[in-house]
Write a protein that binds this ligand. Structure first.
Ligand code: SF4
Ligand code: SF4
Length: 439
């Protein structure tokens, strides 16, 4: 079965609303308190190694990796651990522990272990530093980066694709990174090519970011990076940034059903992750902060850099507060983002955007079998069948319609005349199927 319709390019064109694309990255003031959940990434939650009353510095490890597919967490302020609380995850909605640290306002950093010759680090040393820096995929997926950089021996990686698409409406944090930190991104790519033993890389950028394309082309052409690096102009179409869409568009390759890009010799990485790799390898700095876009119904939409664990309300206040009609806060974009239960929810490693919107009050209707969701699906799936089967609790049937291939991009729900929240049904269906799989 082909995952893609070769005659017609599926996908949608929602309004970009990139109203912050010209806004330079600003640093928000240090928070008075941070709340750092132990589960901020895909894989096993981290394990706390501090307790109430401990004094900590910025960059100090406060939780160890909970397994191979896991990373450590570092304090993002200097101050004192005041408590460990239970909280609902802003990503999974599961309940887990979080470390609360009261900041002393001094911003005292732990002693940084900066390598004297970063270019001379061995592959093993690089992988260890990437893991110890707590780096995960910053495009939103939060998969531990050291794992992605260690494919099984039978999977030789020939090509790296750098995802600079940022196809979700409103979000411009990666766009600004490519304009303001392009050199570091390229150096991060060079490290990745060395670790994976790979000589070919593409930096995929959508056509709605001509200044980023120009900047990255200039930086690549002026660099002495070994191997071939090509800046690839891509059409602005959602979800261009999905890994499988990128592979198809740039390399003309399809990932096998249920497989990963590494199954066809490719690793995809986001531009923000490369900047984090650069920071860890060249400056010895662990992941304690990130760039994110604050947009939608806020008075002053901005791109900001802030420490993880900062309550979103403080960041929104820095952006002038919300407009009067706003009552929903989403972490991420309008297509794949997750609505949060409180404006005080702390940001985590995966928070690439805070989007403020009005609540959608439209009522869900019945499917009229118009086919819009099928037409929109970039994976050539039949989303309406997921709704029908989940409503009847017929979960096994979902496999017959390749639900595991769904990338939860939300294109199917976009334009559904019955206002059906298809992705919610898909998530329920996937979770029920997971429960039924042998452990
Ligand atoms: S777009 Fe909505 S109404 Fe149309 S077929 Fe899909 S689920 Fe049914
Ligand atoms: S959410 Fe899944 S089913 Fe819906 S359009 Fe995206 S890939 Fe297709």
């Amino acid at each position: 079965m082909s995952l893609f319709n070769n005659e017609k390019s599926h996908g949608i064109h929602p309004p970009g609303n990139k109203i912050t694309s010209n806004k330079k990255i600003e640093r928000v003031p240090l928070p008075k308190q941070v709340i750092l959940p132990l589960s901020q990434h895909i894989g096993a939650p981290s394990k706390a190694i501090v307790k109430k009353g401990d004094e900590v510095k910025v960059g100090q490890k406060i939780a160890e990796a909970g397994g191979f597919v896991s990373v450590p967490i570092h304090s993002t302020v200097s101050g004192k651990v005041t408590k460990v609380i239970e909280m609902v995850s802003s990503v999974t909605s599961n309940v887990g522990n979080a470390i609360v640290i009261e900041a002393d306002g001094k911003d005292d950093w732990v002693k940084i272990d900066k390598p004297s010759k970063p270019n001379k680090l061995s592959k093993k040393e690089i992988l260890n530093r990437v893991k110890e820096a707590g780096i995960v995929g910053l495009g939103g997926a939060t998969f531990p980066t050291h794992v992605k950089l260690q494919p099984p021996p039978d999977k030789k990686i020939d090509t790296i694709i750098i995802n600079g698409c940022e196809c979700e409406p409103f979000i411009t944090s990666d766009h600004r990174l490519m304009l303001e930190h392009g050199e570091e991104i390229l150096k991060g790519l060079e490290i990745m090519m060395k670790v994976l033993g790979c000589n070919e890389a593409y930096i995929g950028i959508e056509s709605n970011k001509p200044d980023a394309i120009e900047n990255m082309e200039k930086i690549v052409s002026e660099s002495n990076i070994s191997g071939e690096v090509i800046v690839e102009l891509l059409p602005a179409q959602y979800p261009m940034g999905a890994e499988k869409t990128l592979l198809k568009r740039i390399l003309g390759m399809e990932v096998p059903i249920g497989g990963l890009p590494m199954d066809v010799g490719v690793v995809v990485q986001n531009v923000g992750t490369l900047k984090a790799i650069y920071d860890a390898i060249y400056d010895g700095i662990p992941l304690v902060e990130r760039v994110l876009t604050v947009s939608g119904a806020v008075k002053e939409p901005k791109n900001i850099i802030s420490r993880f664990g900062t309550p979103a309300s403080e960041i929104i206040d820095y952006c002038g507060g919300t407009n009067s009609n706003a009552n929903v806060m989403i972490f991420g974009g309008p297509m794949m983002g997750i609505a949060q239960i409180s404006f005080d929810t702390p940001t985590t490693k995966g928070t690439n955007s805070i989007l403020i919107q009005k609540n959608n009050t439209e009522v869900e209707g019945n499917c009229i079998r118009c086919g819009t969701c099928v037409e929109n699906c970039p994976m050539n799936l039949m989303p309406l069948m997921y709704v029908a089967y989940v409503k009847k609790n017929m979960y096994d049937e979902l496999k017959d319609y390749w639900i595991d291939n769904c990338v939860e991009c939300g294109s199917c729900a976009y334009g559904c005349p019955a206002n059906i929240p298809l992705v919610q049904y898909i998530k329920v269906g996937k979770a029920e199927l997971q429960k039924r799989r042998p452990k």
